[in-house]
Ligand binder design. Structure first.
Ligand SMILES: Cc1cc2nc3c(=O)[nH]c(=O)nc-3n(C[C@H](O)[C@H](O)[C@H](O)COP(=O)(O)O)c2cc1C
Ligand code: SF4
Length: 418
């Protein structure tokens, strides 16, 4: 596996979060050059790079940017999604703590390309201590003239404001996030029939993940082909994969798309903790279907491969489980989270997450009936495809994967042999 560091390339430099050190290592150096490009030229570069959104869905960033009207009478906005509340996912926090000026530079380039003069960073409520580091970097960028009325001496004006969430996972979903920013309850909106941009107080808005935006400076300065030199044809570039659970070295390590999952776990994660055997891996944050050890052995870390395995790359946050893991307990743990975090708008989700949690609780307590496993599968089917957002279908996929792959463990609990 070759080294592939785009977003994390400055992470190890001491004090890189300060503007002085960041500038000594190239931050903001080429901004004036980028300001000589047109919006279309930058958007074309993003298209050509094949950059895919790193917030979980993998949508092509160029397509989303192209939905923004460039000559609208209304103001346009960029909203950077730093809600990062999915269990197993903790990569965006590395960017804001270790290299906040990379994110700020990405925001400046993106806003210039989409003709937005105000960007918001929506940050997870629990990230208050990291927010301070980010705010200090933003203040430094204002003082140095990269933000404000005349960014880097150009005629482009840009302000950045941090908006703190209040601890609801669903506020990471882009339309719930915008509702929350508008001062309303964080409920996902109904999806429009045709593809369009998002709307913040009725104004055209682009929502992108922190890491997506932090990838922009490399693409603009080094060129789309330099980005495409990493990864696969359909999943180009790199991702800050996170690894947690039963490994020797949990953490966040950038790798190019397409590398082998096991090679990643062994090289970066240091292998399974205590030399035990692998039992299962949740590949892309808690909302992706679990893989067995055999499946993990054949998996590569890219969107297409994991989709073909009826799971998903998601955020790339891998949760590794060793041979001693109780899979019924593991599912119960996830279901408590989903039940707590369902926003409650859709009946199949509100009721389905609650009742699934109760059934698995009963299985663990030995009070479930012999038909409860199938009842759980039935319930999970009702959550798929009938809701406003993809929260419920993701829960359904997770339940199905745990039961279809580890049914013997659920049955053993019913028989009380485990
Ligand atoms: C329940 C739920 C939670 C989400 N949480 C996040 C999150 O914390 N951060 C994020 O960037 N995207 C999250 N997303 C995806 C966003 O809706 C959106 O697709 C993403 O921010 C777009 O950015 P990208 O195209 O750069 O990935 C979530 C989606 C769902 C359904
Ligand atoms: S699927 Fe669940 S989280 Fe999404 S809108 Fe419906 S109730 Fe809310």
């Amino acid at each position: 596996m070759r080294d592939a560091r785009i977003v994390s390339r400055r992470f190890d430099i001491p004090q890189i979060h300060t503007i002085e050190v960041a500038r000594n290592h190239g931050a903001y150096e080429k901004l004036h050059w980028a300001f000589a490009l047109s919006s279309d030229e930058i958007i074309t570069m993003i298209h050509e790079s094949g950059l895919r959104g790193k917030g979980g869905g993998g949508a092509p960033a160029g397509d989303k940017w192209s939905l923004m009207p460039l000559n609208d009478s209304r103001p346009s906005y960029l909203v950077v999604n730093c809600d990062e509340s999915e269990p197993g996912t903790f990569k965006d926090r590395q960017i804001i703590v270790k290299d906040p000026h990379l994110l700020i530079e990405g925001i400046i380039l993106t806003c210039y390309a989409i003709n937005a003069h105000h960007a918001y960073i929506y940050i997870r409520g629990e990230y208050a201590p990291f927010q301070q580091i980010l705010q200090t970097a933003i203040d430094e960028a204002y003082r140095a003239g990269y933000l404000g009325a005349s960014a880097d001496g150009s005629d482009f004006a840009l302000d950045i404001t941090i908006h703190r969430g209040a601890g609801a996972y669903i506020c990471g979903e882009k339309s719930a996030l915008l509702e929350s920013m508008e001062g309303k309850r964080g409920h996902p909106r109904l999806k429009p029939k045709q593809k369009e941009c998002e709307w913040y107080f009725g104004n055209p808005t682009l929502v992108n993940n922190v890491e997506t935006i932090a990838s922009v400076p490399f693409i603009v300065y080094d060129g789309p082909m330099a980005y495409r030199a990493f990864g696969t044809a359909k999943s180009p570039g790199t991702l800050l994969f996170a690894i947690s659970g039963h490994v020797e070295r949990p953490g966040v390590y950038e790798a190019e798309f397409g590398v082998s999952m096991m090679e990643y776990i062994n090289r970066f994660g240091g292998g399974i903790k205590g030399g035990k055997k692998l039992k299962a891996v949740i590949p892309g944050g808690a909302s992706t279907a679990v893989l067995t050890a055999e499946e993990a052995a054949g998996a590569t870390l890219d969107y297409e491969t994991l989709q073909s395995m009826r799971s998903a790359l998601g955020t790339g946050g891998m949760i590794v489980m060793d041979e001693d893991t109780d899979m019924v307990e593991a599912l119960k743990n996830l279901l408590e989270f989903y039940r707590h975090e369902s926003c409650g708008q859709c009946t199949p989700c509100r009721e389905g997450t609650g009742w699934s949690d109760i059934i698995v609780h009963n299985i663990l307590e030995g009070t479930a009936s012999s038909t409860d496993i199938d009842r759980l599968l039935q319930l999970s089917r009702t959550m798929n495809g009938q809701t406003i957002c993809v929260f419920a279908p993701a829960v359904s996929m997770v339940i199905d994967s745990f039961i279809s792959k580890f049914r013997d463990e659920f049955e053993a609990k019913l028989r009380k042999d485990l």
